[in-house]
Ligand binder design. Structure first.
Ligand code: SF4
Length: 946
């Protein structure tokens, strides 16, 4: 909606245009105030489901993002060496002609030679679809270096995950426990939620090595040692099992705790579920002493024991394995205290509190409902303990199993999708089987051919891997190969190193959108820059021959592009926050949203999504042209309203049908985007009261989800405490199942793919000398800066202009360091010189700093003497993109072996005092980036001038 507001004298003042913020990934609703076509200020949209009027520092600083002098102004062609910053402005005709020429050659010859990767953008259902139509298997977004461990573990265990897939029940929870959440994450929703807890007097415990942000307002802070969260969680499970604080009715009803696991070591079916002829898992019926299909009405399934089936095979229920595994003394609080850095009494106290609140303070919502077995219930009964977790536990090489452990804990106490617990948000929950398998098997692609399905998905066993006939990876990033079998979001962090090495094969075009891979989005930054600049002496060509970059700003990566396609700001383009992509639903409502050009670009720039659609038509990609080869869509706005992924299902769920009155399913509506604008740029429909909880097994929710088009048939979820797909990979690693991994992969697959959640030390710790590198080093994202997005933002820069390395007091004392001293920090990958700050509210073995504050000199339109480039620094220089060489000389990426998640927080370092200095090291040569203006003064207001 847009409209004018009245000032106090009753005169018409601003025009207000409602759209969606994009200063971080939360997607809050904003009111943009304009006068004379210029933005005056931005405030929160009080009607919006995500933020309800709340606006953070980043959101209100959007004006400085929009008018930043660092904006690119026209397409660019590189005319000097990579990194020199020598570009020539070209027309869009020439730019699109070049891109079409390069991409067309690749598509005709070998589509694999395009690697198309996008950063933290929010149009992955379009970009993925485009890459699918192009026919390259080499597509993913940023998830592999962000939090794929959270997403994959959540979907494989409970059918949903934290972040935008669910939320604590802020209205009812009595104990909220948060693991490893950066303070900018899910920013406004978490702040609103935590303030609700504070008002109600609910307890909030934060587990994080650093006490900043959310941890600073927690009732209790547990300063855990990085990479040991899984051990702490499994110790809590140990205590809860010992105290019999387990909701047995819940686990029998909703999880696979009673399913029977075949006990036949050394055979191909060991550890798989016993099933009947129709594939249904079996449970042991205690009264009649026989195996029956899980879910059979009236059955009293047994949780413990060892039984023999009629065919002679022995079986045990999953819960028997759970109890045996976690009652082991190795998980006792005393046994894990030293390693986790958390006192045994603290662990015991937290477990007791979780058990007490869950079982002695249970709550009830009086609303009758029917489960998917047809049983009627008079109310929803809830265990009011909720959890939230994110990158702090995810970005470790053991993060997948840690996230699985947390979901196990939630299920054992009966706190998933109940009143007071963690609640799913639409379109979740969804069982892993209802997600696609990954597409891109070598036999399925060829020149000028689309892929037969989406790139990213969930393999259910080794047979779903993307391997060539010799077992080599089909994808450049090695996702869905033995390197990272369940890489559900791809491995963007391996793309440059693999493309440079031509491993598993060379590529011709690297196409990046919104990804600062030459700086803060890469491990081993200096090494990555060298790879981008490296020339093959045999040919005189760059080893990565052509690089296309689309970005709105002069980021460090732009300097390494051969062709730059300048994007608009988020206030100048259409966008779609889609249920097909990254939803913004709440537990009680389904929602999606748009962005639209609240101001017109004043430069020769184009919205990337529209450019991609244009390129799709120029290349003749099947879904972007009609039968006569003419462009199907005018631009992204046209695509949003017209495209149907399945009949009646499009990018937006609201205002569908010819008359705009249909919800979820319905014909395309040419006025749909306009209807969203009139509605405040979002759409929301409420979940029926009967469908509010236990969505995984709630008949009313399943009906609603089918009506809305989330699925075409009901998809109830049985929580997978024990994962059969993981066991299938393990059997392959034992040589008992085909395809089997090469010998070099077997040990790590066996140890990481445990069907029950397990903890193992982070892989870097295993590979380096801990006496040489005794300390951990991690980053936190500040509340006021989302990755490097605010690098050019004049307001946000004033909050974090330079960063220091925060050092525990005892470590300062040991090394004679005082506030403001300089220190060398050394890892196996390099060393940096930084200025330190003493801090007590941090784990005693952990150094930390703010993420992405350090900048390359003169990038982002900043002056050469900007503090970000002088005293600011990145930890990235210390983080190896590869683990140390193994005995046979081979190297693996620094990632979780299950999902390929980048292990940013596994870093080990040492610290030594340095001589006083004035700037941090390493010092990279200045970048002279094109088009970025550097005005002496930036002003905001009526007298705005640049
Ligand atoms: S949390 Fe802040 S930056 Fe993020 S979308 Fe909301 S207002 Fe914008």
């Amino acid at each position: 909606m847009s409209g004018e507001s009245l000032d106090l004298s009753g005169k018409v003042s601003d025009e207000v245009r409602k759209t969606t913020c994009y200063m971080c990934a939360c997607r809050c609703g904003i009111d943009v105030h304009l006068r004379d076509g210029r933005i005056r200020y931005i405030e929160g949209n009080r009607d919006h489901p995500v933020n309800k009027g709340v606006l953070c520092a980043k959101g209100s600083a959007g004006i400085m993002q929009h008018y930043a002098p660092a904006r690119l102004k026209a397409p660019l062609k590189r005319v000097g060496p990579r990194g020199s910053g020598r570009f020539e402005e070209i027309s869009w005709d020439e730019a699109l002609g070049m891109a079409t020429d390069w991409l067309g050659q690749v598509r005709r010859a070998d589509p694999r030679k395009l690697a198309f990767f996008t950063g933290r953008d929010q149009s992955q259902s379009l970009t993925g679809y485009w890459a699918q139509q192009f026919g390259t298997p080499n597509y993913a977004a940023h998830g592999g270096f962000c939090s794929v461990n959270m997403a994959a573990a959540g979907i494989m265990t409970i059918g949903g995950a934290f972040w935008e897939f669910g939320s604590p029940d802020w209205e009812r929870t009595k104990l909220f426990v948060m693991f490893g959440v950066a303070e900018d994450h899910d920013s406004n929703p978490l702040k609103i939620g935590i303030s609700k807890l504070k008002k109600r007097g609910a307890r909030f415990v934060s587990v994080n090595p650093v006490r900043t942000g959310y941890s600073a307002v927690a009732d209790d802070w547990i300063g855990i040692t990085p990479g040991t969260d899984g051990l702490l969680i499994l110790s809590l499970v140990h205590e809860l099992l010992k105290a019999r604080r387990v909701d047995l009715d819940y686990v029998i009803r909703y999880s696979n705790a009673a399913w029977l696991v075949i006990d036949a070591p050394g055979t191909a079916e060991h550890g798989l579920f016993a099933r009947d002829g129709e594939g249904n898992a079996l449970v042991w019926e205690g009264v009649t002493e026989r195996a029956v299909a899980a879910g059979t009405r009236g059955v009293r399934a047994t949780l413990s024991g060892r039984f023999q089936l009629e065919d002679g095979r022995h079986v045990v229920p999953v819960f028997e394995l759970v109890a045996k595994a976690y009652l082991d003394p190795s998980y006792a609080p005393e046994a894990v205290a030293e390693r986790t850095g958390v006192a045994a009494a603290t662990i015991r106290g937290l477990a007791a509190e979780i058990g007490r609140v869950a079982f002695e303070e249970a709550i009830e919502v009086e609303q009758a409902w029917t489960d998917t077995n047809g049983q009627r219930h008079e109310s929803f009964v809830g265990r009011p303990v909720s959890f939230h977790a994110m990158r702090g536990i995810s970005a470790h090489s053991n993060g997948f199993q840690t996230a699985r452990a947390l979901h196990l804990l939630q299920v054992l106490i009966g706190a998933v999708d109940c009143p007071g617990g963690f609640r799913f948000e639409a379109p979740y929950p969804k069982p892993v089987e209802a997600h696609p398998r990954p597409h891109g098997k070598p036999e399925h692609f060829g020149s000028n051919q689309p892929l037969s399905g989406p790139h990213l998905g969930f393999p259910l066993g080794p047979e779903d891997l993307l391997l060539d006939a010799d077992g080599n990876p089909a994808r450049l990033d090695k996702a869905f190969s033995w390197d990272a079998p369940i890489a559900a979001h791809g491995l963007m962090h391996t793309v440059i190193v693999n493309a440079h090495a031509g491993d598993p094969y060379p590529i011709d075009v690297l196409f990046l959108y919104m990804a600062n891979m030459a700086w803060n989005s890469s491990m081993n930054t200096a090494g990555t820059i060298a790879m981008l600049e490296d020339v093959d002496p045999a040919t005189g060509e760059y080893r990565i021959p052509k690089i296309i970059v689309s970005d709105a700003y002069s980021s460090e990566m732009v300097a390494y592009a051969d062709l730059v396609l300048p994007d608009t700001t988020y206030l100048e383009r259409h966008d779609c926050i889609s249920l097909l992509d990254r939803p913004i639903s709440e537990p009680d409502s389904v929602a999606d949203a748009i962005r639209w050009p609240v101001v017109e670009p004043d430069r020769d720039v184009r919205a990337f999504q529209s450019v991609l659609i244009d390129l799709g038509a120029r290349l003749g990609l099947p879904a972007f042209v009609d039968s006569r080869g003419r462009a199907l869509y005018r631009d992204y706005a046209d695509y949003i309203a017209s495209h149907e992924r399945r009949p009646g299902i499009g990018p937006l769920a609201g205002f569908r049908g010819r008359d705009g009155e249909r919800v979820g399913r319905g014909a395309a509506n040419p006025d749909q985007v306009e209807r969203y604008k009139q509605n405040g740029a979002f759409f929301q429909v409420h979940v029926p009261a009967e469908a509010a909880f236990f969505k995984h097994a709630n008949a009313a929710w399943q009906d609603f989800a089918v009506r809305m088009g989330f699925f075409d048939k009901p998809q109830p979820v049985t929580f997978q405490l024990y994962s059969e797909p993981l066991q299938k990979f393990r059997l392959a690693a034992e040589g008992l199942r085909e395809p089997a991994p090469p010998a070099a992969h077997r040990a790590r697959i066996r140890s990481a793919f445990t069907p029950l959640p397990a903890w193992y030390p982070p892989l870097e710790e295993e590979a380096v000398d801990l006496a040489e590198y005794p300390l951990h080093a991690i980053t936190q994202r500040p509340m006021s800066m989302y990755h490097s997005w605010g690098s050019m933002n004049a307001w946000l820069r004033q909050i974090h202009t330079a960063n220091r390395l925060f050092v525990p007091g005892a470590v300062c004392d040991e090394h004679g360091l005082a506030d403001g001293d300089w220190a060398w920090i050394t890892s196996r990958n390099g060393r940096i010189k930084v200025q330190v700050a003493r801090m007590e509210a941090v784990n005693g073995n952990t150094l930390w700093t703010w993420n992405a504050v350090g900048k390359r000199k003169r990038a982002w339109g900043l002056d050469a003497d900007a503090p970000e480039a002088g005293k600011g620094f990145l930890l990235n220089h210390l983080i190896g993109d590869l683990l140390p060489p193994r005995e046979d000389g081979s190297r693996r990426s620094n990632s979780d072996p299950v999902t390929g998640q980048a292990a940013w927080y596994d870093l080990r370092v040492r610290i030594e005092k340095a001589e006083p200095d004035t700037a941090s090291e390493p010092r990279f040569p200045e970048l002279e980036l094109p088009q970025a203006e550097r005005p002496d003064e930036l002003r905001y207001g009526e007298e705005w001038s640049r």
